[in-house]
Design a protein around this ligand. Structure first.
Ligand SMILES: *[C@@H]1O[C@H](CO)[C@@H](O)[C@H](O)[C@H]1NC(C)=O
Ligand SMILES: *[C@@H]1O[C@H](CO)[C@@H](O)[C@H](O)[C@H]1NC(C)=O
Ligand SMILES: *[C@@H]1O[C@H](CO)[C@@H](O)[C@H](O)[C@H]1NC(C)=O
Length: 139
């Protein structure tokens, strides 16, 4: 369960490389939350989430329900998964070469690839960094 989830996130961010460099900062913390997780949203309230999602727009008013400060540098977060109250997994990019905008769209994109690393960050429920995985350089 541990290794595949790291590999999947790195693959999404950077299809040519795998996460091979994992630093564990809190070795006594488990990589997966203890105990029983709540049912996945797909099995509980997925239908209502889809309805709310369809109504999101630029004028949507957001209500802050909690704040979690993530320890260290998150890079540029691309995705986040919350596992119950105990853990967060964040996928992010850390760019070493910035993208450059084209004057017009080329091959379905409006900018150069840039370069950098895909990161996978595992935090506990209080935002303390448990482990981080870094891909080989992308592309
Ligand atoms: C592993 O990643 C860390 C940053 O997370 C970096 O400082 C270190 O040089 C990397 N090691 C290798 C072998 O790439
Ligand atoms: C998870 O379980 C381990 C082993 O039983 C324990 O050492 C650890 O404190 C627990 N962590 C949490 C967040 O409950
Ligand atoms: C666009 O795609 C073509 C065909 O794959 C390639 O030859 C060309 O270099 C690409 N252009 C850019 C700017 O990436």
């Amino acid at each position: 369960m541990k290794a595949p989830s790291i590999v999947i996130a790195a693959t999404l961010l950077c299809s040519s490389t795998l996460a091979t460099n994992v630093t564990i900062l809190r070795p006594n913390e488990p990589f997966v939350p203890n105990g029983t997780l709540p049912p996945p949203h797909a099995d509980s309230d997925g239908g209502s989430i889809v309805q709310h999602f369809a109504n999101l727009g630029r004028s949507t008013k957001w209500k802050l329900i909690s704040k979690t400060h993530f320890e260290g540098d998150t890079g540029e977060p691309e995705g986040i998964v919350r596992f119950g109250d105990d853990q967060y997994i964040v996928s992010s990019g850390v760019y070493t070469v910035a993208t450059k905008s084209y004057a017009h769209e080329i091959n379905g994109t409006d900018r150069t690839l840039g370069a950098g690393y895909a990161h996978m960050l595992l935090y506990d429920g209080k935002g303390r960094l448990i482990a981080k995985g870094r891909s080989l350089p992308c592309p």
